[in-house]
Ligand binder design. Structure first.
Ligand code: 13P
Ligand code: SF4
Length: 363
């Protein structure tokens, strides 16, 4: 995987300044002292209430100084933090300005008013924010936060697919690089894939690169779906067998799955949807309900506060890429204005067209 970055060293410039792409300059700031003072304890107390079920009280003095420093720095840098639903509770509840699924994050990226966006998620999400905000500075706290789906396909692969399937519209999942988006007709997310596929009115559509998402979409539409053999390394690990064992132990359990899971898994689920769809479904359950979330571990932790009466059962597969994002790295990102996501302008223009076409699709 080749990830584009401008490490914003400011080399050759005034050492009091950090220079990012477009020549924008930021003041070099002093590293805050990360001490758990009485003032920080008082100011962060309401935030601790949101994460108290996941962070033991004895550990909060380690988290709180970071949370406090990040929230202060956000104002100084005129920055917004966009976080995916798979981020850890201390990021999701304590420092994020906006949290959501891929579609929500892409939509919100078009509305952000600050100069700087810090994307707490994986690289393709930061790249999508940059595509939609070419004038803004977009930072990702760890450039290595990739995605097995994005890594499964290149722009050259898409060009060859187009040659082999003349006239067939190409829909690419948003979990792809800008290079791949640039070669496609439109993007989709797990929230809108069926709608996007049907928007062409054609008999056949290529929906790439997630084979399982494509198969799950094919179950919901008459459009013939051609696909690619990319998989999410987190969702492909779930099996119908393990889920049926939970159901056998307690038939009242509601199984809700992400469409990146194999069809044998979604076939035994009571509901399948994007991370936002899963959250809405879970929050709609009555107190006392038991919900098994077939997705990344952090999501159940993040929504537990909003559904105190629901018992979440977590078969729990971690996304190692999402977990690269941590509070210390977010602090460094804001302090040092790194690592900046940059996209070649010609490629960006084509890729932006595919993303904007999706964002502008009417419901
Ligand atoms: P959502 O769009 O459903 O949030 O999914 C993104 C993702 O990476 C799931 O693995
Ligand atoms: Fe990619 Fe899967 Fe991680 Fe989502 S959960 S970022 S699809 S590897």
């Amino acid at each position: 995987m080749t990830l584009s970055a401008n490490t914003a060293t400011g080399a050759g410039s005034n050492t009091d300044e950090i220079v990012v792409s477009g020549g924008r300059k930021y003041k070099r700031l002093e590293r805050p002292v990360l001490e758990y003072t009485n003032e920080i304890a008082r100011e962060t107390a309401p935030l601790y209430q949101k994460v108290k079920h996941h962070i033991p009280e004895i550990e909060w003095p380690v988290y709180a100084p970071y949370v406090h420093a990040i929230n202060k720095l956000k104002k100084e840098r005129n920055a917004s933090i966009l976080a995916h639903n798979y981020q850890t509770p201390e990021i999701y509840h304590c420092v994020a300005d906006i949290a959501g699924d891929s579609l929500q994050l892409a939509m919100e990226a078009t509305r952000v008013e600050t100069d700087v966006i810090v994307q707490c998620g994986v690289h393709f999400m930061a790249e999508t924010s940059k595509l939609l905000n070419p004038q803004k500075t977009v930072l990702i706290p760890d450039m290595r936060a990739g995605c097995s789906l994005a890594d499964s396909i290149t722009g050259e692969d898409v060009r060859l697919l187009r040659e082999a399937n003349p006239g067939v519209p190409i829909v690419t999942y948003v979990n792809t690089s800008a290079d791949v988006k640039a070669e496609s007709d439109i993007c989709c997310t797990s929230s809108n894939a069926v709608q996007v596929v049907e928007s062409f009115g054609t008999e056949t559509v290529l929906l790439i690169p997630d084979e399982y998402l494509a198969q799950n979409v094919a179950k919901q539409t008459k459009v013939k779906i051609l696909t690619w053999k990319g998989h999410c390394e987190v969702h492909e690990r779930f099996t119908a067998e393990e889920l049926l064992a939970y159901k056998e132990a307690d038939p009242a359990i509601q199984i809700i799955a992400h469409p990146e899971c194999p069809t044998e898994v979604t076939g035994v689920a009571d509901f399948t949807g994007s991370t936002k769809g899963m959250i809405d479904y879970a929050l709609g359950q009555k107190p006392g309900a038991k919900v098994l979330l077939v997705t990344e571990c952090s999501m159940a932790s993040n929504i537990q506060e909003q559904a105190p009466g629901v018992e979440f059962i977590k078969p729990c597969n971690l996304c190692p890429h999402m977990k690269r994002i941590t509070l210390p790295k977010i602090l460094d990102a804001l302090l040092e204005m790194k690592e900046e996501v940059v996209v070649d302008p010609l490629m960006a223009e084509k890729a932006r067209h595919a993303v904007e076409r999706m964002v502008n699709l009417k419901n």
